[in-house]
Design a protein around this ligand. Structure first.
Ligand SMILES: Nc1nc2c(ncn2[C@@H]2O[C@H](COP(=O)(O)OP(=O)(O)OP(=O)(O)O)[C@@H](O)[C@H]2O)c(=O)[nH]1
Ligand SMILES: [Mg+2]
Length: 311
């Protein structure tokens, strides 16, 4: 299959073409950029929903349940499960596959696990580009599952229009598992595993935490919703909250604002990636050695690499 055939094919619903295209962008480099350039004008219609939370919170189970709910409503769903762990263990990826198996065989669903393959710019870049491809392929909702562990994952979540933060009872009485950053990015809180003791406690604490923050009139108030993802309970309310949030973004003008902020991040990341790629030649290792030995300073070395004279 020629590269330039991939975009029309995946837009016609060919999932093999889409899988191939995502592999190309995972690898990165000029073929990835050519593909993305061809895809970009077609993207922008999907509702991108991030699902993040601590390991084992039931994110994959929830993603499966939400997908089933959206499918009942006739909405097509593309899923990107991001595995920030070692590409060699594959454990989480395998778990996701098994968990999401029930979705197999539906042409309105596409599932892809992403692992870091050493692409410059990392997993966050590859994920953002994969989302563009799913969007281009016509999926109306694109779900991104990430473990809310570090800055990289928060960056991934930031690329979403709507971010669901999943919490569970039994992580200690206080919800310290919620990092400040997570509180900021949450548009909807989901207390999953509500079949367990302590769910109402977590619910109350989250609501109390949210009330502590300042409330501006007309601002979005993140709802706190209970779920038993394993049994699909709460899925309808969560899907509805996500859709309400999307409408809020449009009516409040935040859609346009966020699109600009995203465009700025994209541009800045692209400049970084291209600049790095351009200079990753022979002198790199030698310069690193010299900088480590304080025989060279990083800015001077960077200017030299970029071919500019020192000023
Ligand atoms: N009791 C209970 N268990 C659940 C519920 N939802 C998921 N689980 C279980 O929690 C475990 C972890 O579920 P996953 O969906 O793999 O969780 P995850 O957050 O995707 O995990 P990682 O991707 O590895 O971080 C599984 O054994 C699920 O069956 C629920 O609502 N109640
Ligand atoms: Mg998972």
């Amino acid at each position: 299959m020629q590269h330039n055939e991939l975009i029309p094919r995946m837009r016609a619903g060919d999932q093999r073409a889409l899988a191939r295209a995502i592999s190309i962008i995972e690898t990165g480099g000029p073929p990835a950029r050519a593909l993305l350039a061809a895809a970009y004008p077609h993207a922008g219609a999907a509702h991108v929903v991030g699902v993040t939370g601590p390991p084992g919170a039931g994110k994959s189970t929830l993603v499966t349940a939400l997908t089933q709910e959206w499918r009942r409503r006739g909405v097509s769903v593309g899923i990107v499960a991001v595995d920030p762990t070692s590409p060699f263990t594959g454990g989480a990826v395998l778990g996701d596959r098994i968990r999401m198996q029930v979705l197999g065989g539906d042409p309105g669903v596409f599932i892809r696990s992403m692992a870091s393959r050493g692409r410059l710019g990392g997993l966050a870049r590859a994920t953002a580009d994969a989302v563009v491809l799913l969007d281009t392929a016509g999926f109306q909702v694109v779900l991104i599952e990430t473990v809310g562990a570090g800055q990289g994952e928060i960056d991934i979540a930031r690329a979403a229009h709507t971010t669901l933060v999943v919490e569970i009872p039994g992580m200690g009485d206080d919800i310290q598992s919620i990092k400040a950053g997570m509180l900021e990015i949450a548009d909807v809180f989901v207390v999953n595993k509500a079949d367990r003791d302590g769910a109402d406690n977590v619910l109350r604490q989250l609501k109390a935490m949210l009330h502590l923050g300042e409330h501006r009139p007309g601002a979005w108030e993140p709802p706190v919703l209970k779920a038993v993802a394993m049994r699909g309970e709460g899925s309808a309310e969560i899907v509805e909250a996500a859709e309400r949030h999307r409408i809020h973004l449009h009516h409040s003008g935040q859609s346009a604002e966020r699109a600009r902020a995203a465009a700025e991040r994209e541009l800045s990341a692209a400049v970084q990636e291209l600049a790095l790629e351009r200079v990753r030649g022979a002198p790199w290792e030698a310069l690193v050695t010299r900088i480590a030995a304080r025989a060279r300073d990083p800015y001077g070395a960077a200017l030299e690499l970029l071919g500019e004279s020192k000023s």
